[in-house]
Design a protein around this ligand. Structure first.
Ligand code: G6P
Length: 608
């Protein structure tokens, strides 16, 4: 959740560290801080608020250190206060630590250290780390040794970076279940939670794996496995990441930019993979497991948040296109279930970031069970991508706004491709399906020209404090995702519901103050959706609907309609997604909310 950067090199280290924190701010933005070593002492600057607050303070610093680190926080243990902000340090401020993750056994360690006379100033789990390193340093006199001993004692999930005036000119890092990447540049090293903070400096990276620690000095880096107490030989790999994609261009924020990238996102998710003329789909990422795929008789999709809702669309798609039973499970629940699996069950993890702790834990659960583990991931080289046996990248480019938009669209496209790939020959109108998929970027472009109308309607509905999103079949996961988008960025209470279930409870809430967003594009069950809409209308509920162009009938049933271009039912979710994203976006803007950085949330949730 939190973002970490560390720098050692010829430049003034505060520059790359602050820039890196800005790139990682999507991971958490309650508070931020930096620490650096100049000559032989440590300095810490930390505050509640955004990285820009720290940047202003750093700009006033006269020091030009070559060794520094920084942190942007999403609070887990302890309120977001300046005291709880990272870096954390020992009593005499000789050891500085930043941490992402949760140290599950921190209380046990803390109690032990308190008994030994150590004093704690914060409510965080992280603060045990500098004290623990100090404790081991006093025993052995070697900082390298003390760092390794300390991290070996920690349980839970962590990526840790440390600097110390007791180990001048060295940068220390360790990882367990929380991402950490080392960039190896010309005469410089940069450590970060993800490559976006590194790519400006170098494209050569080393992904630290679980139980690995790195000790970095100007001469080079040493990597050790702290579980096995052994040296690990690793060489840098080339990063495949496009810096251009991360810029804001002329958009006021990343969320709008990313919604407007929908046409391009669909193109990139389908490029070179679909061949409408021959009716074939080629997924290079699945070639290696071709034979194993043929044996799959049950598919479990695991994911969180928006990726989970994309998974629900995938359930309908894959069952219909490939005739394979599919279940979608929240990764956070899947991990703690006891259910029987057979080797013919495959698990498919969907994750934009590839770093979501619950999704990673779900994959770990099925490790060693001889089950095929597949992935649909956006972030190239991320943990989920590396943990799975095979997979398909979304190629949506970096997604910066906390609320996921283009990633959902790419995930649905990839799920459709996987459905076709699995179901080779099982559906008759395969060519038509692929032609529709191929024409989707144009339709998305066409839809985006209606943005003003969507804005006006969204603004009108901001007076409601309660919303139900309803849909059936492919419209049902869209309803869930629509409600999530609205609550994430406007903080308006919204629930997604299967339209057919309204009469089993939710109808009781409907009155003139309770708004409904109906997902009603052309589909097999449109008449039934009309009935559900009528039931709401009859009780005075205001309704806005998304429907397929040329549907005049719906105008009579609802208060406002947003039209999408005509496509096949299975691909409606891609176009509907653009509408629900824009609707939530403009409602949030009207309400004066920070759409890129909604309160209490983080882009990459690396704690369970
Ligand atoms: C966070 C983000 C969501 C995202 C979810 C899953 O909650 O704010 O936008 O859908 O994590 O993330 P993933 O990277 O695994 O798709």
């Amino acid at each position: 959740m939190c973002g970490i950067v560390g720098y050692l090199g010829n430049k003034n280290a505060l520059g790359p560290v602050v820039d890196g924190l800005k790139a990682l701010e999507y991971r958490g933005y309650d508070s931020a801080g930096v620490a650096y070593i100049n000559s032989d002492s440590c300095t810490v600057i930390k505050r509640v608020g955004r990285v820009e607050t720290i940047e202003k303070l750093v700009d006033k610093e006269k020091a030009t250190p070559h060794l520094a680190m920084g942190h942007t926080r999403w609070a887990t243990h302890g309120a977001p206060t300046t005291v709880n902000a990272h870096p954390h340090f020992n009593h005499d401020k000789t050891i500085m630590v930043v941490h992402n993750g949760i140290i599950e056994n921190f209380q046990v360690i803390k109690n032990r250290l308190i008994e030994l006379g150590y004093q704690f100033a914060t409510e965080t789990d992280t603060e045990v780390v500098p004290h623990l390193i100090e404790y081991h340093f006093k025993q052995s006199g070697s900082f390298e040794d003390a760092f390794e001993k300390a991290v070996s004692e920690l349980e839970g999930a962590f990526s840790i970076v440390a600097i110390s005036s007791l180990a001048l000119g060295q940068l220390f890092a360790a990882r367990l279940s929380s991402p950490l990447v080392l960039g190896v540049g010309e005469d410089e090293f940069i450590l970060a939670s993800d490559p976006s903070a590194i790519m400006e400096h170098t494209k050569k990276v080393i992904y630290l794996e679980d139980y690995e620690l790195a000790i970095i000095s100007k001469k080079g880096y040493k990597i050790r496995n702290f579980k096995r107490a052994a040296v690990v030989e690793k060489t840098a790999e080339e990063l495949d990441f496009d810096l251009e994609h991360a810029a804001l261009d002329d958009f006021p924020n990343f969320m709008l930019k990313e919604i407007f990238e929908a046409p391009q996102t669909i193109k990139l998710a389908t490029l070179g993979r679909i061949r409408p003329k021959s009716g074939t789909v080629k997924l290079g990422g699945l070639v290696d497991v071709k034979d194993k795929l043929k044996e799959v008789q049950r598919l479990i999709i695991v994911a969180c948040g928006t990726s989970y809702y994309a998974g629900l669309v995938g359930e309908y798609l894959i069952e219909e296109l490939a005739h394979i039973p599919v279940e979608v499970q929240l990764a956070s629940e899947f991990k703690y279930r006891f259910e029987p699996f057979s080797p013919s069950t495959a698990v498919l993890a969907i994750s934009q970031s590839g770093e979501t702790a619950d999704t990673i834990a779900a994959l770990k659960k099925v490790e060693g069970r001889n089950m095929l583990r597949l992935g649909i991931v956006n972030a190239v080289g991320s943990t989920v991508a590396r943990m799975t046996d095979a997979g398909v990248y979304c190629h949506a480019g970096p997604e910066r706004a906390v609320a996921s938009t283009k990633a959902f669209i790419a995930q649905v496209c990839v799920l459709a491709e996987i459905g076709l790939h699995f179901g080779n020959g099982k559906i008759r109108d395969r060519k038509r399906f692929l032609q529709e998929l191929d024409s989707l970027p144009k339709k998305a472009e066409q839809l985006l020209t209606q943005v003003d109308k969507i804005r006006q309607i969204a603004e009108k509905y901001t007076r409601f404090s309660n919303f139900l999103y309803i849909g059936r079949r492919y419209g049902y996961p869209c309803a869930l995702e629509g409600a999530l988008k609205l609550k994430e960025i406007t903080y308006i209470h919204a629930e997604g519901y299967a339209a057919g279930e309204m009469k089993h409870g939710p109808l009781a809430m409907i009155d003139k103050n309770f708004a409904t967003f109906a997902i009603a594009p052309d589909c097999q069950v449109l008449e039934k959706v009309y009935s559900n809409i009528s039931e709401i209308k009859a009780r005075g509920g205001p309704i806005v609907a998304v429907a397929t162009e040329d549907n005049r009938q719906i105008k009579k049933l609802v208060d406002d309609v947003i039209y999408i271009p005509k496509t096949i039912e299975q691909l409606n979710p891609v176009l509907v997604a653009i509408v629900i994203q824009l609707f939530a976006y403009y409602a949030a803007i009207k309400l004066g909310k920070n759409v890129d950085r909604p309160r209490n949330l983080a882009k990459s949730v690396t704690v369970e």
